[in-house]
Design a protein. Structure first.
Length: 122
C-alpha cells in the first residue's frame, strides 16, 4: 500500500513538471539586424532602448539612427558637396568622360587628383 502511494505521488510530481508556462514574446532585441527588426515592427526596442521613431533609412537603404545620421550630415555634408563639385569641375577641365579613378596609378587619375586639390586649394 505504501508503494502504491509513493507511485501516485511520483506520478503527480511528473504531471506538475510537464505543465510549463509559455514563453513571453521579447520586447527588446540584442542580435545582429536588430535595428532592422525594430524598424520593420517585429520587435519593440533594441537592446539599447531605441524604438522605431529613432530610426530612418539612409540613401543606401540601411536602417540607421536618426540622430547619428543628422549629426554626420551636419558634420560632413558641406565637405562632401565641395569635393563633389570640385571633381565635376576637374573632369570638365581635363575633358574626362567615362570611368576614371581619382588618384591611383594612371597618369589621367593622378592629373585628376592634382586638379581637384588645386580647385580646393590644398
Amino acid at each position: 500500500m505504501a508503494m502504491k502511494m509513493k507511485k501516485m505521488s511520483m506520478k503527480k510530481a511528473a504531471m506538475k513538471k510537464a505543465t510549463m508556462k509559455s514563453m513571453k514574446k521579447m520586447k527588446m532585441k540584442s542580435i545582429k539586424g536588430s535595428k532592422r527588426q525594430v524598424f520593420s515592427g517585429s520587435k519593440a526596442k533594441t537592446s539599447s532602448g531605441l524604438t522605431k521613431s529613432d530610426f530612418v533609412r539612409n540613401k543606401r537603404g540601411k536602417v540607421v539612427s536618426k540622430k547619428k545620421s543628422a549629426a554626420s550630415k551636419k558634420r560632413n555634408g558641406a565637405a562632401f558637396a565641395k569635393r563633389g563639385n570640385a571633381l565635376k569641375q576637374a573632369r570638365k577641365d581635363l575633358g574626362i568622360k567615362g570611368f576614371c579613378p581619382c588618384g591611383g596609378k594612371t597618369s589621367q587619375g593622378r592629373a585628376l587628383a592634382a586638379r581637384i586639390n588645386e580647385i580646393l586649394g590644398n
